[in-house]
Write a protein that binds this ligand. Structure first.
Ligand SMILES: CC(C)(COP(=O)(O)OP(=O)(O)OC[C@H]1O[C@@H](n2cnc3c(N)ncnc32)[C@H](O)[C@@H]1OP(=O)(O)O)[C@@H](O)C(=O)NCCC(=O)NCCSC(=O)C[C@H](O)C(=O)O
Ligand code: MG
Length: 291
Protein backbone atom coordinates (compact mmCIF):
# COMPACT_ATOMS: atom_id res chain seq x y z
CA UNK A 1 0.00 0.00 0.00
CA UNK A 2 1.28 3.49 -0.92
CA UNK A 3 1.99 5.74 2.11
CA UNK A 4 -1.01 7.94 2.79
CA UNK A 5 -0.83 11.71 3.21
CA UNK A 6 -4.24 13.07 4.25
CA UNK A 7 -5.48 15.87 1.98
CA UNK A 8 -8.96 16.35 3.42
CA UNK A 9 -8.81 20.14 3.26
CA UNK A 10 -6.64 22.31 0.98
CA UNK A 11 -6.89 26.00 1.91
CA UNK A 12 -6.27 28.62 -0.77
CA UNK A 13 -4.57 31.72 0.56
CA UNK A 14 -3.98 34.79 -1.62
CA UNK A 15 -0.27 35.56 -1.89
CA UNK A 16 -1.25 39.20 -1.52
CA UNK A 17 -2.82 38.79 1.92
CA UNK A 18 -0.06 38.97 4.52
CA UNK A 19 -2.33 38.42 7.49
CA UNK A 20 -4.06 35.36 6.00
CA UNK A 21 -0.71 33.89 4.93
CA UNK A 22 0.64 34.11 8.47
CA UNK A 23 -2.48 32.46 9.88
CA UNK A 24 -2.97 29.75 7.27
CA UNK A 25 -0.44 27.14 8.50
CA UNK A 26 -1.94 27.28 12.02
CA UNK A 27 -5.53 26.57 11.02
CA UNK A 28 -5.51 22.77 10.73
CA UNK A 29 -5.82 22.43 6.96
CA UNK A 30 -3.99 19.39 5.60
CA UNK A 31 -2.76 21.50 2.68
CA UNK A 32 -2.10 25.22 2.36
CA UNK A 33 -2.07 26.56 -1.20
CA UNK A 34 -0.41 29.96 -1.50
CA UNK A 35 -2.02 31.45 -4.57
CA UNK A 36 -0.26 33.64 -7.12
CA UNK A 37 -3.03 33.28 -9.73
CA UNK A 38 -6.65 34.39 -9.56
CA UNK A 39 -6.66 35.72 -6.00
CA UNK A 40 -3.84 38.16 -6.76
CA UNK A 41 -4.41 41.36 -8.77
CA UNK A 42 -1.97 42.01 -11.66
CA UNK A 43 -0.44 44.97 -9.84
CA UNK A 44 0.36 42.70 -6.88
CA UNK A 45 1.92 39.76 -8.73
CA UNK A 46 5.60 40.54 -8.11
CA UNK A 47 5.17 41.44 -4.45
CA UNK A 48 3.02 38.35 -3.87
CA UNK A 49 5.62 36.08 -5.48
CA UNK A 50 8.36 37.45 -3.21
CA UNK A 51 6.16 37.10 -0.15
CA UNK A 52 5.19 33.54 -0.98
CA UNK A 53 8.81 32.52 -1.55
CA UNK A 54 9.71 33.96 1.85
CA UNK A 55 6.78 32.19 3.50
CA UNK A 56 7.74 28.84 1.98
CA UNK A 57 11.34 29.23 3.14
CA UNK A 58 10.21 30.14 6.67
CA UNK A 59 7.81 27.21 6.84
CA UNK A 60 10.40 24.78 5.53
CA UNK A 61 12.75 25.91 8.25
CA UNK A 62 10.16 25.90 11.03
CA UNK A 63 8.48 22.69 9.89
CA UNK A 64 4.71 22.55 9.63
CA UNK A 65 1.97 19.94 9.78
CA UNK A 66 0.42 21.28 6.57
CA UNK A 67 1.61 20.36 3.11
CA UNK A 68 2.68 23.61 1.44
CA UNK A 69 1.74 24.12 -2.20
CA UNK A 70 2.14 27.17 -4.41
CA UNK A 71 -0.21 27.90 -7.32
CA UNK A 72 1.57 29.63 -10.20
CA UNK A 73 -0.01 31.86 -12.79
CA UNK A 74 -1.24 30.38 -16.06
CA UNK A 75 1.13 29.20 -18.77
CA UNK A 76 0.13 31.96 -21.15
CA UNK A 77 0.57 34.82 -18.72
CA UNK A 78 3.51 37.23 -18.47
CA UNK A 79 4.29 35.98 -14.94
CA UNK A 80 4.84 32.28 -15.52
CA UNK A 81 8.61 32.31 -16.16
CA UNK A 82 9.36 34.24 -12.99
CA UNK A 83 6.86 32.12 -11.04
CA UNK A 84 8.45 28.85 -12.09
CA UNK A 85 11.96 30.12 -11.36
CA UNK A 86 10.94 31.34 -7.90
CA UNK A 87 8.90 28.25 -7.00
CA UNK A 88 11.63 25.93 -8.30
CA UNK A 89 14.10 27.66 -5.99
CA UNK A 90 11.76 27.80 -2.99
CA UNK A 91 10.80 24.13 -3.24
CA UNK A 92 7.38 23.91 -1.63
CA UNK A 93 5.88 20.42 -1.27
CA UNK A 94 4.25 20.82 -4.69
CA UNK A 95 3.59 23.25 -7.52
CA UNK A 96 -0.06 23.69 -8.55
CA UNK A 97 -0.56 24.56 -12.21
CA UNK A 98 -3.82 26.24 -13.24
CA UNK A 99 -5.74 25.69 -16.48
CA UNK A 100 -3.89 22.60 -17.65
CA UNK A 101 -5.75 21.49 -20.76
CA UNK A 102 -3.62 18.72 -22.21
CA UNK A 103 -0.48 16.64 -21.60
CA UNK A 104 1.59 19.08 -23.71
CA UNK A 105 0.93 21.81 -21.14
CA UNK A 106 2.67 19.69 -18.53
CA UNK A 107 5.53 18.94 -20.94
CA UNK A 108 5.95 22.69 -21.47
CA UNK A 109 6.21 23.30 -17.74
CA UNK A 110 8.64 20.43 -17.32
CA UNK A 111 10.86 21.92 -20.00
CA UNK A 112 10.62 25.39 -18.49
CA UNK A 113 11.60 24.26 -14.99
CA UNK A 114 15.35 23.94 -14.53
CA UNK A 115 16.83 20.43 -14.94
CA UNK A 116 18.12 20.29 -11.38
CA UNK A 117 14.72 20.90 -9.77
CA UNK A 118 12.67 17.93 -8.58
CA UNK A 119 9.16 18.75 -7.40
CA UNK A 120 5.72 17.12 -7.47
CA UNK A 121 3.24 18.83 -9.80
CA UNK A 122 -0.47 19.25 -9.18
CA UNK A 123 -2.71 20.12 -12.12
CA UNK A 124 -5.99 22.01 -12.12
CA UNK A 125 -8.74 20.49 -14.22
CA UNK A 126 -10.81 23.55 -15.08
CA UNK A 127 -11.03 23.93 -18.84
CA UNK A 128 -13.50 22.29 -21.23
CA UNK A 129 -10.59 20.59 -23.03
CA UNK A 130 -9.32 19.10 -19.78
CA UNK A 131 -12.64 17.54 -18.82
CA UNK A 132 -13.01 16.01 -22.28
CA UNK A 133 -9.74 14.10 -21.89
CA UNK A 134 -8.52 14.19 -18.29
CA UNK A 135 -6.65 10.92 -18.77
CA UNK A 136 -4.31 12.58 -21.28
CA UNK A 137 -3.25 14.89 -18.43
CA UNK A 138 -3.33 12.39 -15.56
CA UNK A 139 -1.14 9.90 -17.40
CA UNK A 140 1.54 12.39 -18.44
CA UNK A 141 4.31 10.81 -16.39
CA UNK A 142 7.71 12.16 -15.40
CA UNK A 143 10.16 11.01 -12.73
CA UNK A 144 11.66 14.37 -11.80
CA UNK A 145 8.45 16.40 -11.93
CA UNK A 146 5.74 13.78 -11.35
CA UNK A 147 2.06 14.66 -11.46
CA UNK A 148 0.64 13.55 -8.10
CA UNK A 149 -2.68 15.36 -7.62
CA UNK A 150 -5.52 16.71 -9.78
CA UNK A 151 -7.55 19.64 -8.44
CA UNK A 152 -10.95 20.62 -9.82
CA UNK A 153 -11.53 24.27 -10.68
CA UNK A 154 -15.26 24.48 -11.00
CA UNK A 155 -15.46 28.29 -11.07
CA UNK A 156 -13.37 28.44 -14.22
CA UNK A 157 -15.23 25.50 -15.66
CA UNK A 158 -18.54 27.27 -15.06
CA UNK A 159 -17.20 30.40 -16.73
CA UNK A 160 -15.83 28.52 -19.73
CA UNK A 161 -18.82 26.24 -20.33
CA UNK A 162 -21.83 28.22 -19.13
CA UNK A 163 -22.76 25.37 -16.77
CA UNK A 164 -24.41 26.66 -13.62
CA UNK A 165 -23.09 25.89 -10.14
CA UNK A 166 -26.28 24.63 -8.56
CA UNK A 167 -26.96 22.53 -5.44
CA UNK A 168 -26.31 18.89 -6.26
CA UNK A 169 -23.97 19.93 -9.10
CA UNK A 170 -25.83 17.92 -11.75
CA UNK A 171 -24.31 19.86 -14.69
CA UNK A 172 -20.78 19.25 -13.41
CA UNK A 173 -20.99 15.67 -12.14
CA UNK A 174 -20.05 13.91 -15.40
CA UNK A 175 -16.88 16.02 -15.65
CA UNK A 176 -16.07 15.54 -11.98
CA UNK A 177 -16.37 11.77 -12.26
CA UNK A 178 -14.40 11.63 -15.53
CA UNK A 179 -11.56 13.49 -13.81
CA UNK A 180 -11.80 11.21 -10.79
CA UNK A 181 -11.64 8.08 -12.94
CA UNK A 182 -8.61 9.51 -14.79
CA UNK A 183 -6.85 10.17 -11.50
CA UNK A 184 -7.47 6.60 -10.37
CA UNK A 185 -6.24 5.13 -13.66
CA UNK A 186 -3.04 7.12 -13.18
CA UNK A 187 -2.81 6.15 -9.50
CA UNK A 188 -2.92 9.74 -8.27
CA UNK A 189 -5.17 11.77 -5.96
CA UNK A 190 -7.92 14.24 -6.74
CA UNK A 191 -9.40 17.14 -4.78
CA UNK A 192 -12.84 18.66 -5.24
CA UNK A 193 -13.34 22.32 -6.22
CA UNK A 194 -14.26 25.20 -3.91
CA UNK A 195 -17.65 26.18 -2.47
CA UNK A 196 -17.97 29.95 -2.83
CA UNK A 197 -20.73 30.75 -0.32
CA UNK A 198 -18.75 30.96 2.91
CA UNK A 199 -21.86 31.74 4.97
CA UNK A 200 -23.73 28.63 3.77
CA UNK A 201 -22.38 25.96 6.09
CA UNK A 202 -25.15 23.53 5.21
CA UNK A 203 -24.50 23.82 1.49
CA UNK A 204 -20.79 23.34 2.10
CA UNK A 205 -21.37 20.18 4.17
CA UNK A 206 -23.65 18.78 1.47
CA UNK A 207 -20.92 19.29 -1.16
CA UNK A 208 -18.29 17.69 1.07
CA UNK A 209 -20.52 14.66 1.63
CA UNK A 210 -21.22 14.38 -2.08
CA UNK A 211 -17.53 14.62 -2.95
CA UNK A 212 -16.64 11.99 -0.36
CA UNK A 213 -19.34 9.70 -1.72
CA UNK A 214 -17.99 10.26 -5.24
CA UNK A 215 -14.51 9.17 -4.10
CA UNK A 216 -12.62 12.46 -3.85
CA UNK A 217 -9.68 12.57 -1.44
CA UNK A 218 -10.51 16.03 -0.12
CA UNK A 219 -11.85 19.47 -0.93
CA UNK A 220 -10.22 22.77 -1.74
CA UNK A 221 -11.51 25.51 0.57
CA UNK A 222 -11.33 29.29 0.61
CA UNK A 223 -11.95 30.27 4.23
CA UNK A 224 -10.90 29.05 7.68
CA UNK A 225 -14.56 28.38 8.49
CA UNK A 226 -14.60 25.56 5.92
CA UNK A 227 -11.59 23.60 7.19
CA UNK A 228 -13.14 21.64 10.06
CA UNK A 229 -16.10 20.53 7.93
CA UNK A 230 -13.85 19.25 5.17
CA UNK A 231 -11.55 17.51 7.64
CA UNK A 232 -14.53 15.72 9.18
CA UNK A 233 -16.19 14.81 5.89
CA UNK A 234 -13.11 13.22 4.32
CA UNK A 235 -12.08 11.25 7.41
CA UNK A 236 -13.65 7.88 8.16
CA UNK A 237 -16.15 8.09 11.03
CA UNK A 238 -16.31 5.76 14.03
CA UNK A 239 -18.86 3.39 12.45
CA UNK A 240 -16.85 3.09 9.25
CA UNK A 241 -13.70 2.36 11.24
CA UNK A 242 -15.39 -0.26 13.42
CA UNK A 243 -16.74 -2.02 10.30
CA UNK A 244 -13.36 -1.76 8.57
CA UNK A 245 -11.62 -3.34 11.58
CA UNK A 246 -14.08 -6.23 11.60
CA UNK A 247 -13.67 -6.86 7.87
CA UNK A 248 -9.89 -6.60 8.00
CA UNK A 249 -9.86 -9.15 10.84
CA UNK A 250 -12.18 -11.62 9.10
CA UNK A 251 -9.73 -12.62 6.39
CA UNK A 252 -6.87 -12.83 8.88
CA UNK A 253 -8.76 -15.51 10.84
CA UNK A 254 -7.35 -19.05 10.21
CA UNK A 255 -10.80 -20.47 9.36
CA UNK A 256 -11.10 -18.02 6.43
CA UNK A 257 -7.56 -18.47 5.11
CA UNK A 258 -8.65 -20.25 1.92
CA UNK A 259 -11.80 -18.22 1.28
CA UNK A 260 -12.37 -15.44 -1.22
CA UNK A 261 -15.78 -14.45 0.06
CA UNK A 262 -17.54 -14.65 3.43
CA UNK A 263 -20.72 -13.40 5.05
CA UNK A 264 -20.24 -10.81 7.82
CA UNK A 265 -23.28 -9.53 9.73
CA UNK A 266 -25.53 -10.42 6.82
CA UNK A 267 -23.39 -8.81 4.11
CA UNK A 268 -21.19 -10.35 1.44
CA UNK A 269 -17.56 -9.43 2.02
CA UNK A 270 -14.81 -10.20 -0.49
CA UNK A 271 -11.07 -9.78 -0.18
CA UNK A 272 -11.35 -6.52 -2.13
CA UNK A 273 -13.45 -5.18 0.74
CA UNK A 274 -10.70 -6.17 3.17
CA UNK A 275 -8.19 -4.25 1.04
CA UNK A 276 -10.47 -1.19 1.06
CA UNK A 277 -10.92 -1.56 4.82
CA UNK A 278 -7.17 -1.66 5.35
CA UNK A 279 -6.74 1.51 3.30
CA UNK A 280 -9.39 3.25 5.39
CA UNK A 281 -7.67 2.17 8.60
CA UNK A 282 -4.35 3.42 7.25
CA UNK A 283 -5.94 6.78 6.39
CA UNK A 284 -7.33 7.04 9.93
CA UNK A 285 -3.88 6.24 11.32
CA UNK A 286 -2.27 8.90 9.13
CA UNK A 287 -4.85 11.45 10.30
CA UNK A 288 -4.30 10.49 13.95
CA UNK A 289 -0.55 10.81 13.49
CA UNK A 290 -1.02 14.46 12.55
CA UNK A 291 -2.13 15.07 16.15
C1 LIG B 1 -13.14 35.14 0.47
C2 LIG B 1 -12.30 36.07 1.31
C3 LIG B 1 -11.89 37.29 0.47
C4 LIG B 1 -13.14 36.54 2.49
O1 LIG B 1 -12.33 37.43 3.22
P1 LIG B 1 -12.86 38.16 4.53
O2 LIG B 1 -14.29 38.58 4.37
O3 LIG B 1 -11.87 39.22 4.87
O4 LIG B 1 -12.79 37.00 5.60
P2 LIG B 1 -13.07 37.08 7.14
O5 LIG B 1 -13.21 38.49 7.61
O6 LIG B 1 -14.21 36.19 7.44
O7 LIG B 1 -11.76 36.45 7.74
C5 LIG B 1 -11.70 36.07 9.08
C6 LIG B 1 -10.28 35.78 9.43
O8 LIG B 1 -9.84 34.67 8.65
C7 LIG B 1 -8.70 35.04 7.87
N1 LIG B 1 -8.85 34.42 6.52
C8 LIG B 1 -9.84 34.59 5.66
N2 LIG B 1 -9.63 33.84 4.57
C9 LIG B 1 -8.49 33.18 4.79
C10 LIG B 1 -7.75 32.25 4.01
N3 LIG B 1 -8.17 31.88 2.78
N4 LIG B 1 -6.64 31.75 4.55
C11 LIG B 1 -6.19 32.15 5.79
N5 LIG B 1 -6.85 33.03 6.56
C12 LIG B 1 -7.97 33.53 6.05
C13 LIG B 1 -8.75 36.54 7.76
O9 LIG B 1 -7.45 37.05 7.54
C14 LIG B 1 -9.33 36.92 9.11
O10 LIG B 1 -8.28 36.83 10.06
P3 LIG B 1 -8.18 37.90 11.23
O11 LIG B 1 -8.12 39.24 10.57
O12 LIG B 1 -6.94 37.55 11.97
O13 LIG B 1 -9.43 37.72 12.04
C15 LIG B 1 -11.04 35.34 1.86
O14 LIG B 1 -11.49 34.30 2.69
C16 LIG B 1 -10.11 34.82 0.81
O15 LIG B 1 -9.34 35.59 0.23
N6 LIG B 1 -10.14 33.50 0.52
C17 LIG B 1 -9.29 32.86 -0.43
C18 LIG B 1 -9.62 33.30 -1.84
C19 LIG B 1 -8.73 32.64 -2.87
O16 LIG B 1 -7.62 32.30 -2.60
N7 LIG B 1 -9.25 32.49 -4.10
C20 LIG B 1 -8.53 31.85 -5.16
C21 LIG B 1 -8.60 30.38 -5.05
S1 LIG B 1 -10.18 29.69 -5.40
C22 LIG B 1 -10.06 29.30 -7.06
O17 LIG B 1 -9.39 29.97 -7.77
C23 LIG B 1 -10.74 28.06 -7.50
C24 LIG B 1 -10.46 27.52 -8.89
O18 LIG B 1 -9.37 27.98 -9.56
C25 LIG B 1 -11.70 27.58 -9.73
O19 LIG B 1 -11.62 27.96 -10.89
O20 LIG B 1 -12.75 27.18 -9.22
MG1 MG C 1 -9.59 28.49 -11.53
Amino acid sequence: MKPIRPRRSALYVPGSNVRAMAKAPTLGADVVIFDLEDAVAPSEKEAARERVVEAVAALRQAGTQSEIVVRANGLDTPWIDADLAAIGAALPDALLLPKISRAEDLSRVRTMIGGDVALPLWAMIETPRAVLDPLDIAEAKDERLPLTVLVLGLNDLARETGALQVPGRAPMLPWMMAALAAARVAGIEILDGVFNDIADGEGFSAECLQARQCGFDGKTVIHPAQIAGANAAFAPDADELAWASRIAAVFDAPENAGKGVVRVEGRMVERLHADMAKRLLALAEAIAAKG
